[in-house]
Design a protein. Structure first.
Length: 215
């Protein structure tokens, strides 16, 4: 895909194969923000483990205001998350770094997660809902999903992979140590690892996608 094209020329066909880098770019001066927001949601659903996990129904119905905000500002959020991802990847030797991308996503409450790692895409896709977690703790949110990518990068067939296995435990401990995040205990159970590292929850998650970002 030609990433030099303006977002308002973005076609439905290229929408399905757009790399995350496209969504790090600001919209063009003549962009239709609502259309761009709809295109972004289509990309997320194509890359998600289950398309239904991506939803705006719990945020606003009708979703016009949210689509406009996404179309205008999502590149800024993705740039910030990508910066976090780059810092985290630097904790590993080049040979240990999976090919991975990260995108912000409005994750439906019924999914029951703040983020997920999809090994079925190439590159591996990390999706996180930054509205769920206060911005200061976004590194922990991305680190958790990256640990899944690192621990399961050799098996791209398993979707959610093997969950919070021993390999995951080693990967998240390595990231936490390198990034000065709270270290998990060596004998921490899988259920506790599923919430590691601890992240402070935003009091009103839906407000993020309406442009009201908590500090």
């Amino acid at each position: 895909m030609d990433c030099d094209r303006s977002p308002d020329s973005f076609s439905a066909h290229s929408n399905r194969s757009a790399p995350a880098e496209y969504w790090h770019q600001a919209p063009g001066p003549n962009a239709d923000f609502a259309r761009r927001g709809s295109q972004y949601l289509a990309v997320l659903r194509d890359l998600a483990i289950q398309p239904g996990w991506i939803s705006l129904v719990h945020i606003a119905d009708p979703p016009g205001a949210v689509l406009n905000w996404i179309g205008q500002h999502i590149h800024q959020v993705n740039q910030q998350l990508n910066g976090v991802l780059i810092d985290l990847l630097d904790c590993f030797e080049p040979a240990q770094r999976p090919q991975v991308q990260v995108l912000a996503a409005p994750i439906a409450p019924q999914a029951g997660v703040d983020g997920f790692c999809n090994h079925r895409t190439n590159p591996i896709t990390l999706m996180v809902d930054p509205g769920h977690i206060v911005p200061a703790d976004w590194p922990g949110l991305v680190a958790h999903e990256l640990a899944h990518a690192v621990s399961e990068s050799s098996d791209r067939r398993g979707g959610l992979g093997q969950g919070h296995s021993e390999r995951f435990s080693r990967a998240i401990a390595h990231l936490c140590l390198a990034q000065d995040l709270p270290l998990p205990a060596p004998d921490l159970e899988a259920q506790a690892l599923s919430y590691w590292p601890p992240c402070r929850r935003a009091p009103q998650p839906e407000q993020f996608w309406l442009g009201q970002r908590p500090e």
